[in-house]
Write a protein that binds this ligand. Sequence first.
Ligand SMILES: [Zn+2]
Length: 233
Amino acid sequence: MPVSTARARALGKIMCAVTASTLWYPVAGDIRDRRPGAVLQCRVGSGQATYHRFDEGQNQHRITFGLRMILAKHQPGSAVGWLSSREITDRGYFDGQLSTLNLLAHTCCHEFAHLLQHAAGQRRRGSVHNRHFYAILDRLHRQGQARTVRDELVRQAGSQGLSIPDQPFDPASATDLLARWHVGDRVAFGTRGARRQGVIERINRKTATVRVPDGWQGLRYRVPASLLNPPDA
Ligand SMILES: [Zn+2]
């Protein structure tokens, strides 16, 4: 179900509030034991980029939820390309069920897991989604914080007269999945350890041909639609 930009922005602000109240406040004390004065600033960005960053100078954790990411997660065809979709289905989070609500709740957890990973000194360049990261993310789901985030999103959205769709998506067809990509788009594919990034050179019937920098001509891969993702943040 498409959603207006204004509603998506309001949902983004709720994601920020819930990330702070449900995930950050309970552990902020522990994080400040290691780094006194550290704060969290959460905002809604205008593009699709969704990420955690730590600003050393300001001693500030920054989480950005991209407006276009929120819009994309309202449409099965565009939602399935995101790493968060793959994490939900592959790791069985929220019973492996893809819906807008589950995706947005999981996105709060994913970015917060980066914050915890950074606070624990386990975020390294070139190895962001590493086993430390997934140990943290698994824990957020296993110990129930992820469900609390989801409940809080529903509650706060409801109190503003908004709703977040929670009916499961139908598995999207390759055609739907490919519809969001265009020649020239930067994409990532592959799994941890063998993750590659490149540029779409051709859209085929069920796959995209992606050129990955390697030597002067690059390497070409035919990547199934379901494995294409936005480039890593
Ligand atoms: Zn990430």
